[in-house]
Ligand binder design. Structure first.
Ligand SMILES: Cc1cc2nc3c(=O)[nH]c(=O)nc-3n(C[C@H](O)[C@H](O)[C@H](O)COP(=O)(O)OP(=O)(O)OC[C@H]3O[C@@H](n4cnc5c(N)ncnc54)[C@H](O)[C@@H]3O)c2cc1C
Ligand SMILES: NC(=O)c1ccc[n+]([C@@H]2O[C@H](COP(=O)([O-])OP(=O)(O)OC[C@H]3O[C@@H](n4cnc5c(N)ncnc54)[C@H](O)[C@@H]3O)[C@@H](O)[C@H]2O)c1
Length: 487
């Protein structure tokens, strides 16, 4: 076992190792909590039972984006006159898989362990469980149990795993979850995808382009239902053009594997056959077996936190929950933002320094409520931050919705022929600031940070008017949105 020797300022006795901070779960979020608490001068250990780097590095963001990059780049290139014939053929699937494997570090975490070592955080490999206030027991891969005690804080960053619906026959079909969808080495002839959210649309985009005939079973009447309706509509059109069979208001009611084939009974009573079935039906928190009952919480629950990530209902505030497991925003960048804040506030409290917890203070995650960006890497790309118009309707605020056809921007003409895209900006008319933006179109992923800055910075529209977008870029959509708003 690597790096388990106790370093920095930890105290060891024969049965219990004492640290200032114990982090359970070494995904992207746990790593960042630990890096910040260590930077604050606190001895810190991470307990990780699988691979340091978590879901994102090995079974989620990195492998999925590596599969999608050639698909999206080919779609972009096919719209560029002169370049289009060069990308007319199929993808080289083996090379795509090799790229994906490399981007997933061949499912080895030495580099991340070296990085952790370089920032003087200890690593203890094994499954961590709370055994009481500030107490953790770690079951190591050798079957030993090591007990840890925290002087100041325990941070839970145990993330999520795929949620599977309880439908008859599921245990017989060996269904794909996001893990298999991102790591498979063989292209199934027919792939059925259950779900219409982010994992479903990204993986349907990738596997259809890699050679599967994809069928999507979507409970709702559209894709990406939590985003602006035009986002799902544009992705639906592109998936259908690529040959995906999308069935709305439909789901699988039972499944069984018959020989090599998965037989699926649909909610309308009809049958469907597939070689593999992917359930992209949301996430469940990894809190069932982490000893929550020993501190008065309920195993299996999502963890409720305040804006400094202290778990609610815990005396003395020693327990923190950061990243996916607190359900605030299930994305790596937002979890890492939370981690920077949680690590810093743990450091401040340990040193009895003032805690700056007014909105936008150093020690509170205000952006979680107002400015969470997300990019969906489909054809076309979808990039959003802040409120959607549906959320705005439910809020008390007076909001103006400003729409613009992204295809009318000069940068879009340059980007590729037959560009299709939409942009929507939500303006809080009382405060004269932007509170939500959604872009849908090829190449929009890199636009989203401009919107995040406008929202998090609460930049008045009169000042945004002076932020001049370069010609001819997609960024000129800002000018067009502001002109539309001014009438
Ligand atoms: C297919 C897919 C694609 C995605 N793509 C993106 C994307 O492009 N961009 C983006 O921002 N987000 C993306 N996400 C979301 C992103 O993966 C998560 O938001 C992110 O991984 C959350 O990080 P985390 O550290 O909170 O949890 P995780 O990454 O889940 O890490 C939790 C860690 O805790 C460990 N652990 C759990 N329990 C214990 C225990 N008891 N003891 C010891 N260790 C334990 C686990 O082994 C794991 O290493 C994607 C998700 C999926 C499913
Ligand atoms: N690019 C990115 O940022 C990215 C990519 C992938 C995943 N993620 C994150 O991962 C999280 C999980 O993604 P996801 O797509 O699994 O979840 P999701 O919540 O986005 O979508 C879940 C889908 O499954 C459907 N569903 C749920 N229960 C069902 C059932 N019993 N039967 C049929 N359908 C059912 C829902 O109707 C919905 O369409 C997201 O919250 C997202 O933040 C992010």
């Amino acid at each position: 076992m690597r790096n388990e020797t106790v370093r920095n300022t930890a105290v060891t006795n024969e049965t219990t190792r004492t640290y200032d901070v114990i982090v359970i779960g070494g995904g992207p979020v746990g790593e960042n909590v630990a890096e910040r608490t260590r930077a604050a001068g606190l001895s810190t250990v991470i307990v990780e039972r699988e691979l340091l780097g978590g879901e994102c590095s090995f079974w989620a963001c990195d492998p999925s984006k590596a599969l999608l990059r050639p698909v999206v780049a080919r779609a972009d290139a096919s719209r560029v006159p002169g370049l289009d014939p060069a990308v007319a053929g199929p993808l080289d699937v083996e090379r795509v898989f090799a790229h994906r494997d490399r981007m997933s570090s061949y499912w080895k975490d030495e580099d991340q362990a070296d990085w952790l070592n370089s920032v003087s955080v200890d690593l203890l490999r094994g499954h961590g469980r709370l055994t009481g206030p500030r107490q953790v027991a770690v079951q190591t891969p050798d079957g030993d149990t090591i007990t840890l005690a925290a002087r100041h804080a325990v941070a839970l960053s145990t993330g999520t795993r795929a949620a599977l619906p309880p439908i008859p026959g599921l245990d017989t079909v060996h269904p794909w979850t996001s893990r298999e969808a991102t790591t498979a080495r063989k292209v199934p002839g027919r792939l059925t995808v259950v779900g219409g959210g982010v994992v479903a649309v990204e993986m349907a985009t990738a596997w259809q382009a890699l050679g599967s005939q994809v069928t999507m079973l979507v409970l709702e009447n559209g894709l990406l239902e939590r985003m602006e309706p035009f986002a799902g509509e544009l992705v639906t059109d592109a998936l259908r053009e690529a040959g995906v069979d999308i069935r709305f208001d439909t789901t699988a009611t039972s499944v069984h594997r018959d020989g090599g084939e998965v037989r699926i009974t649909l909610s309308d009573g009809t049958q469907l056959a597939a070689d593999e079935i992917l359930f992209a039906t949301g996430r469940t928190p990894q809190t069932r077996d982490i000893g929550l009952q020993t501190v008065g919480l309920t195993p299996g629950d999502w963890l409720n936190v305040d804006d400094t990530f202290q778990v609610t209902g815990i005396d003395d505030g020693w327990l923190y929950a950061v990243g996916d497991v607190n359900r605030r925003a299930l994305m790596t960048h937002q979890g890492k933002y939370q981690a920077r804040i949680a690590g810093t506030v743990i450091g401040a409290r340990a040193k009895e320094e003032p805690v700056h917890d007014a909105p936008w203070g150093t020690h509170v995650a205000t952006a979680d409520h107002t400015a969470v960006p997300q990019v969906v890497f489909t054809i076309p790309e979808i990039a959003s931050v802040g409120l959607t118009s549906r959320e705005a309707e439910r809020s008390e605020r007076r909001i103006e919705v400003v729409d613009y056809d992204l295809a009318q921007v000069a940068g879009a003409h340059q980007y590729g022929k037959d560009y299709r895209g939409r942009a929507r900006m939500l303006v809080d008319t009382d405060r004269n600031t932007v509170v939500g933006v959604t872009f849908a179109g090829p190449g929009v992923s890199e636009l989203v940070h401009s919107a995040t800055i406008a929202i998090a910075g609460e930049v008045p529209l009169d000042r945004l008017w002076h932020a001049v977008p370069a010609f001819p870029t997609l960024g000129e959509v800002w000018l067009r949105l502001l002109e539309t708003h001014r009438g």
